[in-house]
Design a protein. Sequence first.
Length: 317
Amino acid sequence: MGLVYQLAKCQSNATVFLKGNAMSKFVIAPHMRLHEWIAVERGYFDEVGLEYELEDQLLSATGDRHNLGDRVGAYQTFEKGRTCDVSSACHWTVNVAAASGHGKLYANAYSVSPCGIFVPHDSDIKTPEDLASVPISVGFQSGSHYSTIQALEPFLSHNEINLSFADGLLFKRMEKLIDGAVPAVSLFSGPYYFMEQLGYRKVLDTSFMMAAMVAEDANLADVEKYFSALRKAQKDIDLRQELYTHYYRNEFPERFKDPMDTRLFGPGERIVFEPYSREIFDESREWIAERNIFEDGLGDLSYEEAIVAPKMVEPAE
């Protein structure tokens, strides 16, 4: 089947790329990574028989949709309700959101994303210790929030870690660093590599684990097909990442596309097809609770109630 796309709008006014006609399809929210775009290009979704749509609720030409306001981040988007069948966020947030009844954590796989704290090349900040009391722009209850704390704890006391939640999600934080509006920013995925290209200094690596959230009413057979296609895309990235790094451009604000040289970019997020186990689930919740990141609790659902782990469909070779 050939690939035919048309531009449409979903209920949340997000841009949606539709494949085929407007019948009900499995709705996928890309997460600033390469896998979904490869699965489209190489026909992997078609091979597994998945009727799908790609929806990016935070995509805009200017990146303004990443400017959600102070103390509004990934968890709040789950609370509000995402309009897709599957999406991703850091595993800490997906863990708590699933235990709070905002979807089901997909437990047959997780992923690991490179992330780091960046400062301007001429900044006086050169070591993690130099970040003491410096405002570091992160997403509230998003991956950069937890991972910045986790990475800085060996260097600084909790009183010395100063997180700023007012500077938006990924692309808005990147923009503010480029514009000189903030002194230090946590960035992952394409922005991570873009900062390296532009010569910004990475003070500390803060790589972290991601997880997928599946909607309560998602078709589990489609979930199986989706991850089978992503498994094949991951193999492609492992083998020849340079063929696919141009896809980072798909989700970048227009302002930054001309100076981007994606030949310099790396593979980004890597999907690991190993279980997000009960041990991981429980240990992560203990870590979050010890740091009081969620004042209203971490949700009451058990591991069994919070996750979904359908049988994987092995892709044809």
